[in-house]
Write a protein that binds this ligand. Structure first.
Ligand code: PMP
Length: 354
């Protein structure tokens, strides 16, 4: 730390992104990226947009907003685009949390929430999950703060039903409930349609997973016009050009090529089911994941040992070295070929650990 670093950030613990190694060619199952390329239309439109990079991007994201509003059946003033969904989540912390309105979230959830709370200097109310990693819905009723729920949750993959989400939203009429749907396209139910009914609901999604655009950095939020106006106030006060023009074009292509998106989601779900079955046969225990990853532990071997040995063999999964998660590994669902290699290497690891 330099002596110039502001006191207000001196105890900030930043988010740790998953490893992105450049040295070895790993089978990369550690950051929940898609194994599939962006849609051909996304690539084509992005390439064309790259020829006009001398111009600023459109701060209103008008064509992207129009395309998305049609796709999600909302009005254009009910949607906002951001630089990944991390950015809209940060905007929500900036816009809707303060000393009197703490951020309310689970102890085991997306690790960035506590960092956003810290950097925005807002208090957090952290609610423990049940022992089986499920959310206790009653804990979020009348929460007296801005509620952040990843649905499905990460790194557990467990989803809440729409009825449960609605119960939470209804019980917090004077607070915003943010539903982070980064993984919703792999089998869970989206709360987007509830935004028409509830003026206190903000749903966020990303193009990083199901639309294969993690490197493009594109996320969005859907909510009442008033909430979107607030988020735009924050956006225009920080970075009005937050979505670059190449990414914007790629996003339009990805939305227009809906069949490609649907096919890839189905393929990933099918591969997840295959992998889940293989892992069960090897004695692993898993949560019920509706995402593009599995969260698995073996009763006989430590999560860390398995993670390290897989890494030695060229397969990278995500291990969280914290109390409640240390027995587990989070395994991104790759292509069928990648998962077959993963299982083969895992069998070798288990044999060696015997
Ligand atoms: N929410 C959750 C639950 C996530 O796991 C992630 C990905 N790390 C994000 C949001 C942010 O994704 P992105 O910024 O790539 O849209």
């Amino acid at each position: 730390m330099s002596r110039f670093f502001s006191e207000k950030y001196s105890s900030l613990v930043p988010y740790t992104p998953g490893e992105q190694p450049k040295d070895t060619q790993y089978i990369k199952l550690n950051t929940n990226e898609s194994p599939y390329k962006p849609s051909p239309l996304a690539i084509d439109l992005a390439q064309r947009a790259a020829c006009n990079l001398e111009l600023y991007s459109d701060p209103t994201c008008s064509e992207l907003v129009k395309t998305a509003a049609e796709r999600f059946n909302v009005s254009e003033d009910e949607i906002i685009f951001t630089n990944g969904s991390d950015e809209i989540l940060n905007f929500a912390f900036m816009a809707f949390c303060d000393n009197d309105t703490p951020a309310v979230f689970a102890d085991i959830t997306y690790g960035f929430y506590k960092v956003f709370a810290q950097i925005n200097n807002v208090p957090s109310k952290v609610i423990p999950l049940n022992n089986d990693f499920t959310i206790c819905v009653d804990d979020y009723k009348n929460a007296n703060g801005t509620v952040f729920i990843a649905n499905p949750n990460a790194p557990t993959g467990i989803a809440l039903s729409l009825e449960k989400i609605e119960e939470i939203v209804v019980s917090n009429p004077d607070n915003i409930v943010v539903i982070d749907e980064a993984y919703v396209d792999f089998g869970a139910e989206s709360a987007v349609k509830l935004t028409k009914k509830y003026p206190n609901l903000l749903v966020t999604q990303t193009f990083s997973k199901s639309r294969s655009l993690a490197g493009g950095r594109l996320g969005f939020g859907i909510a009442s016009k008033e909430i979107i106006t607030d988020l735009n106030t924050v956006r225009y006060s920080t970075n009005p050009y937050n979505v670059n023009s190449v990414t914007m074009a790629a996003g339009i292509g990805a939305l227009k090529n809906n069949e490609y998106f649907n096919t890839n989601c189905k393929k990933i779900i099918k591969t997840r089911e295959w992998t889940e079955n293989e892992l069960k046969n090897l004695g692993f225990v898993m949560t019920d994941s509706l995402t593009n990853f599995l969260f698995a532990k073996h009763p006989d071997y430590s999560g860390k040992e398995i993670y390290l040995k897989l890494k030695e063999k060229g397969v990278l999964v995500r291990h969280f070295d914290t109390d409640k998660l240390t027995e587990y590994n989070r395994i991104t669902i790759g292509s069928d070929e990648q998962m077959a290699i993963f299982i083969e290497k895992l069998k070798e690891v288990l044999e060696e650990l015997k």
